[in-house]
Design a protein around this ligand. Structure first.
Ligand code: ATP
Length: 351
């Protein structure tokens, strides 16, 4: 679907973009439309080409082939400073000897914006990222999360149309990362500019994004909302990378589902029955197997089950009543996995 058809305007548009470094093909023909005001994630394993795509949008790399457009304008050959984008890097790249205010004002100073306006805009950007009162501190006197916010303020002060973020939360510990995920999303909603970010963390992409592009080996395998990508993965790669793949295929598919093909069921959709002979509710499929592994994780337990019909499935069960003792006893137990048929989906894309 192109932009005219959706009626939305395109903040970033890539057409037939390719990038090679000598013998290495980093990006192998990518087409992508990011809409105005979207929070968009480029998700994929290390080396899949997402950072290279981000750098071509920023202007730090020139595509070997194809075109990059920002708000409809072809910027393929333009240097970074002539593009209406700003980048927040994973290491923040703050000036250690300058205080927070000077760090945030710096870009405006380079652009020769007057002192009063510079000051006012920097204070406003610091207020957006909730860092009022920190103007005089040096980066070394801030926590990781606060440094991340200064880096964000420094980019926002330029009022770019598109903000590019390269693994913006990668340097933070888990708890802070989860807090900043919520905060980044809130800031983006408040200021309404397009955020395009790179991550290899599927949960982060699912939590924050309006849409996600899943990268694999220099190509995009699927673009969709978090729910589309998670519940309806276009390929076995996407099913495996965005969640646990849980494939049912070959003779297992024939014996368990009564048909050929490759199918997947998400772990949280599987119920672990201890009573193998209990009546199966209408509309469910089931498979019997042996519990190979039990991982108790507080709120939930993860069961790895080797199916009698062949293959292995992972089931996640909420610990509504069970304690750790109850679930750990189930190692090596015989169990029945059951799920509603509408939760099994066929995987048709490339393997
Ligand atoms: P990561 O999450 O590890 O940053 P990525 O998905 O962002 O990975 P890229 O950094 O875009 O992947 O790299 C894609 C491929 O291109 C990799 O094989 C990488 O080694 C290669 N590559 C990237 N930059 C260069 C370069 N300047 N010279 C040579 N090869 C490069």
């Amino acid at each position: 679907m192109n932009t005219e058809e959706t009626g939305m305007s395109s903040a970033v548009s890539l057409r037939g973009v390719r990038k090679t470094f000598g013998d290495v093909t980093a990006v192998n023909v990518v087409d992508l439309e990011v809409h105005d005001g979207e929070f968009f994630a480029m998700l994929g394993p290390s080396g899949s080409g997402k950072t290279t795509v981000l750098r071509m949008i920023a202007g730090f790399e020139t595509p070997t082939a194809g075109h990059v457009r920002l708000s409809g304008r072809d910027v393929t050959k333009l240097p970074p400073f002539e593009r209406d984008v700003n980048t927040v890097f994973q290491d923040y790249a703050l000036f250690p000897h300058m205080n927070v205010l000077a760090n945030v004002e710096y870009g405006l100073k380079v652009k020769k914006v007057g002192r009063d306006e510079r000051h006012e805009r920097a204070l406003q950007a610091l207020s957006t990222v909730r860092l009022q009162g920190f103007e005089k501190r040096k980066p070394g006197q801030l926590s990781g999360g606060q440094r991340q916010r200064v880096a964000l303020a420094r980019a926002l002060v330029n009022r770019p149309k598109v903000l590019l973020l390269d693994e913006p939360l990668g340097a933070l510990d888990l708890k802070l990362r989860e807090e900043m995920q919520v905060e980044l999303k809130a800031i983006q909603r408040q200021i309404g500019i397009t955020f395009l970010f790179v991550t290899h963390d599927q949960e982060e992409a699912l939590t924050m994004s309006d849409r996600i592009a899943v990268f694999n080996a220099g190509r995009i395998e699927q673009v969709g909302t978090p729910a589309e990508v998670y519940e309806n993965p276009a390929s076995a790669f996407v099913a495996g990378f965005v969640g646990t793949s849980n494939l049912i295929e070959g003779r297992t598919a024939l014996s368990v589902l009564g048909r050929d093909g490759v199918y997947s069921v998400r772990p949280e959709k599987l119920r672990v029955d201890i009573d193998l002979d209990a009546e199966l509710p209408e509309g469910e499929h089931s498979a019997i197997g042996t519990v190979a592994e039990v991982v108790y994780a507080g709120a939930a337990t993860r069961f790895v089950v080797d199916l009698d019909a062949g293959g292995r499935l992972v089931a996640m069960q909420q610990n509504l009543k069970a304690s750790s003792m109850d679930v750990l006893k189930l190692r090596d137990a015989r169990v029945r996995l059951a799920w509603r048929r509408e939760h099994e989906f066929s995987i048709t894309g490339p393997m």
